[in-house]
Design a protein around this ligand. Sequence first.
Ligand SMILES: NC(=O)c1ccc[n+]([C@@H]2O[C@H](COP(=O)([O-])OP(=O)(O)OC[C@H]3O[C@@H](n4cnc5c(N)ncnc54)[C@H](OP(=O)(O)O)[C@@H]3O)[C@@H](O)[C@H]2O)c1
Length: 265
Amino acid sequence: MDELLSRLFSSEEEESHMLDCMAHFMVFMAACTLVTLLFENVPYGRYASSKYGFAVNVKFAWFIQELPAFLVPLALLLWTSSSKTSLLPNQLLLAMYFCHYTQRSLIYPFLIRGGKSTPFASFALAFVFCVYNGYMQVRYLSHYAEYPADWVTHPCFIAGSGLWLVGWLVNVHSDHILRNLRNPGETGYKIPRGGVFEYVSGANFFGEITEWAGFALAGHSVHSAAFAIFTLVVLTSRAVAHHKWYLAKFDDYPKSRKALIPFVF
Ligand SMILES: NC(=O)c1ccc[n+]([C@@H]2O[C@H](COP(=O)([O-])OP(=O)(O)OC[C@H]3O[C@@H](n4cnc5c(N)ncnc54)[C@H](OP(=O)(O)O)[C@@H]3O)[C@@H](O)[C@H]2O)c1
């Protein structure tokens, strides 16, 4: 794989510059996505529409679209000279990334209960995003990122890691609550109860946004910040859309519940 990368890039400076450009482009795409989402919901789940391509089985879609986020980084670690993987801050940040994507790509798809099919366009975009982001995050952390020797005791790293952990636990727990709303074979919607759902409609999204914001704080790079910004844009829109949908659908929906941020928004 080193040989492939050396064919693509004439020097390490060139690849490093490309990684920076990719992060800036992701922020640009987040801005474009923000504008698009002001006019249209992401076409998936309860909002799915046939105008975005044929329907892909939901478990197959989640497994295949998320797999590159796990396999591309794994290939980078196994088959490239990852010169920074012996450093503790890099190891811990890589562990956070892999912890999330091991669950998301190898476990989450097989736990889904009665999920709606995914339109091909959403599936294809998610696949491309996972390849792009997987390469950007892990190539940077494994080969280029340099932190001060005592970075793991820096308040930014400690607070960021803590936020990452809390966010991940909230995300996994909230997805678990959603899944258990349905008995096997059911496909309808119910009011989520318990955990962070007592405070917000998008508890799973709140967890994931917190998670990547923490990762960005601990990682202190334009690459991790771009991912956190992209996640914020995409998932805020989903939380707001779900919140409005619940209020319109259920007369007894808890009135004090917010969309995304407990007590605030
Ligand atoms: N980092 C990122 O940029 C990013 C982007 C997208 C997603 N994600 C993460 O991926 C995970 C799934 O995202 P998502 O957008 O698919 O979440 P979602 O809309 O909350 O749906 C998750 C699952 O729960 C079901 N569900 C949702 N609300 C329900 C209710 N009230 N009653 C019964 N079942 C319900 C859905 O079924 P249906 O399919 O039938 O609606 C789906 O199977 C989340 O953890 C999210 O944070 C991350």
